[in-house]
Design a protein around this ligand. Sequence first.
Ligand SMILES: NC(=O)c1ccc[n+]([C@@H]2O[C@H](COP(=O)([O-])OP(=O)(O)OC[C@H]3O[C@@H](n4cnc5c(N)ncnc54)[C@H](O)[C@@H]3O)[C@@H](O)[C@H]2O)c1
Length: 249
Amino acid sequence: MGDANTRTVVITGGSKGIGRSVAYRFADENARIVIVHFDPSDDACNETIGQLKANGVAAEGYKADISSFEVADQLFRVILEKFENIDVLINNAGITRDTLLLRMSEEIWDDVLRVNLKSVFNCTKAVIRSMSQQRSGAIVNISSVVGQIGNFGQSNYAASKAGIMGFTKSIAREVAGRGINVNAVAPGFVDTEMTQVIPEKAKENFLKQIPFGKMGKPEDVAEAVYWLCSSAAGYITGQVIHVNGGMYM
Ligand SMILES: NC(=O)c1ccc[n+]([C@@H]2O[C@H](COP(=O)([O-])OP(=O)(O)OC[C@H]3O[C@@H](n4cnc5c(N)ncnc54)[C@H](O)[C@@H]3O)[C@@H](O)[C@H]2O)c1
C-alpha cells in the first residue's frame, strides 16, 4: 500500500460527521482526498474541502446520490479519469429512517437499504477492477453496532448494517489474492448530526449500555479506519472492528 507515496482516498459521506473526521485523518499523510456527499446544500462539503486545502491537501468534493448504480458508476469513472487510480475507498455514507416495523413503509425500508447497503455494492464494484489491476488497495465499510445487536425501531438500518458485514467478508475473500484488504468498522454511539436527533431519554438509555459511559467521537472511529488502511494492518482482512466503548463485546 506504500504509505510513503501519495494515496488517492475516496470517502463517501465525507462532508461531515465520521466521514469528515476520516478525511482529516488522511490529511495527516497528505493523501489526495475525494469527498462524496448528498447533503441538500454544499456548505458542509465546502467547509471540509476548505479545511483540507488550508492544510495543503489536494481535495475535491462531489455531490452525487451513490445509492444509484448508474450515478455511482459515472462518478467513479470521472474520479478515475482525473486521479488515475484509487488506493483507498471508505464506504461511509449512511442514513436512518427509524420506525417500528408495524409502521414501516416499503419506501422507508427501500431507502435505507439502498443508501446504506446498495451504495456499498455500487462503489466497491466501481473501484474493484482498477484496484485489482494495480494489485493493491484498501476498502473500509462503515457498519454499526446495531448490525450486530439490533435496535428497537431500526430493523431497516440493522439489516443494512448486518448486510455490510457479510458483504465485507465475501469481498475480502474474493480480492485478497489481488493485494486488497477489505474490512468493516462498526461504530457504537457517536456524536454526529445523525445522533443529535435522538431524544434525550433514548440517549440516556444508550449511555447506560456503554461501559465507558460516554458517546464516541468521530475521531475515535477515524483512527480505526485509518489504521485499517495503513501497512500496519496489511495482514488484516475480512474483519469487523468494533469502536463502541464496550457497548457490544
Ligand atoms: N453516528 C453514529 O452514532 C453512528 C454509529 C454507527 C454507525 N454510523 C454510520 O457511520 C456513517 C456516517 O455517519 P454519521 O453519523 O457521520 O452521519 P452524518 O449524517 O453526519 O453524515 C452522513 C453522510 O452521508 C452522506 N450521504 C447520505 N446519503 C447519501 C447518498 N445517497 N449518496 C451519497 N452520500 C450520502 C451525507 O451527505 C453525509 O455526508 C453512516 O454509515 C452511519 O450509519 C454512525
